[in-house]
Design a protein around this ligand. Structure first.
Ligand code: LLP
Length: 437
């Protein structure tokens, strides 16, 4: 079970805050995020990775959770930011995030997005395909800028995770395949482009990985490319970005490891293999998203209908579900929940936690052990800090929950709850639509 959970009286305490009180005060569903946990994660990365190994950098993968406040936390911790769209870049800009610490990703960046990235002088553009090199070179020429890039490669390594979030395999939409020879062409093109400075390479094998071997295998493959570039072109690679993907705690079946399990393996492999190949050790960059914010969040729901199908199953329905957390439906992700107002009672029955959407697949948790649970109870689902708010939708016209940040002294709303009015605020009715024909 996660640290930062406690039970006082009958109430669940998350990161020193009473979950039942929070639900009462702000309503449900409610995203709750602990500033302390996020900062502790950032500091752990600093201590165990940045401070231990020279020439290293960390960029927080903002797709996991991005708001203006999150940008401020990441900035104050001194980390960089990985963005993948004009919208994420816009958010970072509005938060005054230092642009030189931004990595701009994406397998299909639009012309406008590239323009935005170049004019705002983002630190690195991570090129994902061949023609992007030309577009960047042209744009940079027009804007009289020199653009630093990394080339994302697809190392042909499978990440042991759900198929939808495995990205390093040969058959991946991301990166330039390493094994097919097209990489040589891309590199030569980048080196020849006057307005581009090729700094290095990037790979990201997948997300929520619990195994270091796919990282070290990919590192070997990519460093062989570095060697080839040195020998054939006399080109010295300065940077290697090994992506994110470090797994976190969702439920008891997860074999969670310390971050150093991955980072030590990455650094050990980079330095030993560089020595073996007789090439310079590059600056190593990692891009954790889920690892930084996932365990810092819980979602609070109110229990509504409880339906027992005798000898089959008991459904406990809550006031959110698929729109605030699509991960169970999308990836068969497994979560764990605690009845927040009954944490002192012994769980004695197994129920299924259902969302309120018109979808049989809108089930948050199959087979959760709980104490006697009834309408009005508050349920806390754990580890929802990453890829919940950022992937939320308004399906069934459900307003998105508020996000409350638990600070040192008091909690603050960092995203307001949507209203019904918000739900139709972008809608327009063409004239004459109501006229009967
Ligand atoms: N770097 C790149 C280039 C990425 O594509 C990603 C994630 C990351 C870093 C951060 O990965 P993390 O450390 O958060 O695992 N929606 C899915 C996850 C998709 C991740 C996509 N890329 C989910 O809910 O599991």
């Amino acid at each position: 079970r996660m640290e930062k959970l406690d039970c006082i009286g009958s109430n669940l305490i998350f990161a020193d805050y009473d979950a039942v009180e929070l639900a009462k005060k702000y309503g449900t569903p409610l995203y709750v995020l602990s500033e302390n946990i996020i900062r502790e994660k950032c500091r752990k990365i600093k201590l165990d990775f940045l401070n231990r190994y020279p020439n290293t950098k960390v960029a927080y993968a903002s797709k996991a959770f991005l708001t203006l406040s999150m940008c401020k936390i990441i900035e104050s911790e001194g980390l960089g930011l990985d963005v993948v769209s004009g919208g994420e870049l816009y958010t970072a800009l509005k938060a005054d995030f230092p642009m030189d610490k931004v990595f701009f990703h994406g397998n299909n960046k639009s012309y406008e997005e590239l323009q935005m990235a170049i004019s705002n002088e983002v630190g690195r553009i991570v090129v994902d395909n061949f023609d992007e090199i030309e577009i960047i070179d042209d744009l940079a020429n027009e804007m009289k800028k020199k653009v630093k890039i990394l080339i994302r490669v697809s190392p042909g390594v499978e990440g042991k995770t759900h198929k939808y979030i495995s990205t390093g395999q040969k058959d991946s939409k991301f990166g330039i395949p390493l094994l097919e020879g097209s990489i040589d062409e891309a590199v030569i093109k980048a080196i020849k482009s006057k307005n581009i400075e090729l700094m290095g390479f990037h790979f990201h094998i997948g997300s929520n990985l619990f195994d270091k071997d796919s990282y070290t295998l990919a590192i070997e493959i990519v460093l062989n490319l570095f060697k080839w570039l040195k020998n054939e072109l006399g080109f010295v690679v300065k940077e290697l970005n090994t992506g994110g993907g470090f797994g976190i705690y969702y439920n008891k079946t997860d074999t969670v490891k310390d971050i150093t399990y991955y980072t030590d393996a990455i650094m050990e492999k980079v330095s030993s293999y560089c020595r073996e190949l007789n090439i310079d050790i590059p600056t190593v960059i990692i891009e954790p998203g889920r690892w930084i914010v996932g365990e810092a969040g819980i979602t609070l729901y109110s229990v509504g209908a409880v339906k027992e199908i005798p000898n089959v199953r008991t459904y406990v329905s809550v006031d959110g579900g698929l729109p605030d957390n699509p991960r169970p439906a999308l990836y068969n992700a497994k979560y764990e929940a605690i009845v927040a107002n009954k944490c002192n009672l012994k769980p004695d029955r197994v129920v299924t936690i259902a969302g309120k959407c018109c979808e049989t697949g809108d089930i948050l948790i199959w087979d959760q052990l709980v104490p006697k649970i009834e309408r009005g109870d508050i349920l806390g689902v754990l580890s929802t800090g990453a890829y919940n708010y950022s992937m939320s939708s308004n399906y069934n016209k459900l307003p998105k929950p508020a996000v409350v940040l638990l600070r040192e002294k008091e909690e603050c709303v960092i995203v307001k709850r949507e209203t019904y009015e918000d739900l139709i605020s972008k809608e327009m009715i063409p004239e004459g639509l109501a006229v009967k024909k």
